[in-house]
Design a binder for this molecule. Structure first.
Ligand SMILES: Nc1ncnc2c1ncn2[C@@H]1O[C@H](COP(=O)(O)OP(=O)(O)OP(=O)(O)O)[C@@H](O)[C@H]1O
Ligand SMILES: [Mg+2]
Length: 406
């Protein structure tokens, strides 16, 4: 039996393709050192949400046990990643009059204006997952990161709110709790991945992070150091396999294998006319596949997904802010040629998979599929730092907002 350690943070992603538990140990400086990862093939999740709880629980248990063995610790709590097409991000503004006689803005004023920004009329089944502060206005002057100590009569703040369907979020939480694990906090997968991928400088310059997994694609836009937009599409690499099965008239298993062995996001002139010979197997006749056709199917699905994201970002006027470019993680970052496809779609530089925002990550763990789990550990490590330096709950909430902001 391992011992539980208070300086251990665990991130858990219950993904469509794999369940993944990442274990981080907080070092002396407060930064996490990744000491273990456990993975299990996911069988009870569709489009990022649990559809077969019993299978999901078994897979979670297996991933947790593997992570415990690798890290040599007992896991009791997790930061739980959540996603699904019910998750939405939008911006809201709060207003607050500064009431003190001398009009000096205090910490309480900041709390109040954020509280006002959170007062949103949501449908009864909706719940707020995150309220992330962006920038403040003082008497109409915009772009103020922290107004405490300034003088003014009227204060406003923009926040980015991530909301989801409470019942659907509860399904993930219950699966974790059924294994006698506590949920420290739920975090939107897209935010977690963006924290693993981006440095503060890149957030400041402006960046788009896309996490394209098996059943969902999350994205997150930073501009001027703050989160401006988040979203989820219920499309992932599994849809590419489905398209291939349908388009090439092969069973899904064969389509998946063809994607791994011959897939590319680019259809180059040089492959024109090339054929792939599939040998006959039990119950399956031999078949000839046109490689150009195969790659065109992949390329079309990927381009369509990226274009949907591009349109959404363009509609919000955010494309011109992405000066650090586009960053892709999730298993689909492994598709050959996908970097070029991203660059062609967004007309921006694109980077794949590397977790530049985490120091000391071994190459074995620096894999695009682990971005969510690693980002969850990063968030957890900040929370841990606040708790151990004597912060109260509200301080913790505040700090997480600051963390996303810078
Ligand atoms: N080399 C590769 N070529 C093509 N596709 C790949 C490759 N490696 C992984 N994938 C695809 O990546 C997807 C899995 O990615 P990932 O592990 O990030 O998903 P997930 O986190 O479990 O799912 P989600 O986040 O959507 O719930 C699968 O569709 C898989 O086929
Ligand atoms: Mg994922």
């Amino acid at each position: 039996m391992f011992s539980a350690q208070s300086n251990v943070i665990v991130g858990l992603e219950i993904g469509t393709s794999k369940v993944c538990a990442v274990v981080g140990e907080i070092g002396a400086g407060g930064a996490p050192n990744i000491i273990g990862v456990g993975q299990a093939r996911s069988r009870g999740v569709r489009k990022g949400e649990i559809s077969e709880p019993e299978l999901a629980e078994e897979d979670i248990r297996n991933a947790i046990v593997e992570a415990e063995q690798m890290a040599n610790v007992e896991i009791r709590n997790v930061y739980l990643g959540v996603t699904g097409n019910h998750v939405r991000g939008f911006n809201n503004r709060g207003v607050h009059p500064v009431v003190s006689a001398d009009r000096e803005i205090t910490d309480e004023d900041v709390q109040d204006v954020i509280k006002n920004a959170k007062a949103i009329n949501l449908p009864p089944e909706s719940g707020i997952i995150h309220t992330i502060r962006q920038l403040f206005y003082v008497d109409g002057h915009h772009g103020i990161p922290n107004p405490v100590g300034m003088f003014g009569a009227r204060m406003e703040v923009d926040v980015h709110v991530v909301q989801g369907n409470v019942n659907r979020l509860k399904n993930s939480i219950r699966a974790v709790k059924s294994l006698h694990l506590e949920v420290d906090e739920i975090i939107f997968n897209g935010l977690a991945s963006s924290l693993a991928m981006l440095t503060n400088e890149q957030k400041e310059l402006g960046a788009l992070v896309i996490d394209m997994g098996g059943g969902t694609t999350e994205y997150c836009v930073y501009a001027d150091g703050v989160i401006k937009h988040t979203g989820v599409l219920a499309v992932g690499g599994d849809h590419i396999s489905n398209d291939l099965a349908y388009g090439l008239k092969v069973p899904l298993g064969r389509a998946e294998q063809l994607k791994f062995d011959h897939g590319s996001a680019l259809v180059e002139e040089s492959i024109r006319g090339r054929q792939i010979e599939l040998p006959g197997e039990v119950g399956l006749p031999a078949k000839t596949i046109n490689l150009e056709h195969l790659r065109r199917i992949i390329s079309l699905r990927l381009a369509e997904t990226f274009l949907l994201i591009e349109q959404e970002i363009a509609e919000r006027g955010l494309l011109d802010y992405l000066r650090a470019g586009v960053f892709l993680c999730g298993g689909c970052a492994r598709v050959p040629g996908i970097q070029r496809l991203l660059e062609n779609t967004f007309m921006l530089t694109a980077q794949l998979g590397k977790m530049s925002a985490i120091s000391g990550l071994s190459p074995a763990l620096d894999q695009p599929e682990f971005a969510t789990g690693i980002g969850l550990v990063k968030i957890g490590s900040l929370q841990h730092k606040r708790k151990t330096t004597g912060g109260f709950a509200e301080n913790i909430k505040k700090s997480i907002a600051e963390f996303f902001r810078r």
